[in-house]
Write a protein that binds this ligand. Structure first.
Ligand SMILES: [Fe+2]
Length: 268
């Protein structure tokens, strides 16, 4: 998987999302899904499919994924399929249509930041794809797309989703701290001082990671499920932490983003 993507990946493996299937409804609707067997249905003759009340409906509406990277494996015979592409809205606002994989093949998509939709496939007896989610193995790479956005409110174990999410983020933080400690020890052995242009961006990244984690746990769920995050909301979240007993002149308000070692103040 990592070789195909070009960077080391690791399975996200959160509850309910170790792997799931998307099934496109056909003329028989939901009842037809239960008639599908283990073996993929054979291809249709050219342009022989019957019309369906679902033909005008996108298989998957415009969205961004709640995981950083997804692997979409096609389980159906696509040899006579029309449509079924993944539509991607690119930076200039135009739409790019990317053709999906053939049966047994897969597409890796970094869908957390690209708005995309699955277009409906026609002239195929079925369209079933299986999705598995991944994160970058290198914890210094972006993980802001991994969120609780798509939690199913009817899921019997919401706490399991929340705890898995929190552990996933804390382990990334732990690895980042371990890497930073190793770097500091190496610099110390070489009698080198900490470098501002390295330490400050690192601190900001960890603050962002922590803020996103807590926002997802207590604001996303349950107030912003299935929605895009408003602009700058994570950046501004928890910006009001007030430092008490730091010798700040009376009446002067001081605020910090986070305390690591010596307190770093941001005054307003
Ligand atoms: Fe998606």
């Amino acid at each position: 998987m990592s070789k195909a993507f070009g960077l080391p990946l690791k399975l996200l493996g959160r509850k309910g999302e170790t792997g799931y299937c998307n099934v496109q409804l056909g003329p028989e609707g939901l009842a037809g899904v239960y008639k599908l067997g283990e073996v993929p249905s054979g291809p249709l003759a050219a342009s022989s499919s019957s019309e369906s009340q679902y033909d005008e409906i996108m298989t998957d509406a415009w969205h961004r994924d709640s995981t950083q990277i997804s692997c979409v494996v096609m389980l159906s015979d696509t040899s006579t399929m029309d449509g079924g592409e993944t539509a991607i809205r690119i930076g200039d606002g135009s739409i790019l249509k990317a053709r999906g994989a053939k049966m047994g093949g897969a597409v890796l998509i970094q869908g957390a930041h690209l708005t995309h939709a699955a277009l409906r496939a026609t002239n195929a007896p079925e369209r079933i794809s299986m999705v598995t989610s991944f994160a970058f193995a290198d914890t210094r790479l972006d993980d802001s797309g991994t969120s609780l956005r798509s939690v199913n409110l009817d899921h019997p174990n919401i706490a399991g989703w929340q705890n898995h999410f929190l552990l996933h983020k804390l382990r990334r933080l732990q690895e980042n701290v371990n890497n930073a400690i190793a770097q500091v020890e190496a610099d110390d052995a070489a009698h080198e001082s900490p470098k501002r242009d390295e330490v400050e961006p690192w601190v900001e990244e960890q603050i962002t990671l922590l803020k996103q984690t807590s926002w997802e746990l207590f604001e996303r769920y349950p107030n912003y499920l299935y929605k895009d995050i408003p602009e700058n909301v994570v950046r501004d979240y928890l910006s009001h932490v007030w430092v008490i007993g730091t010798g700040i002149p009376t009446g002067e308000r001081a605020w910090i983003d986070v305390v690591i070692g010596d307190i770093v103040l941001t005054r307003r």
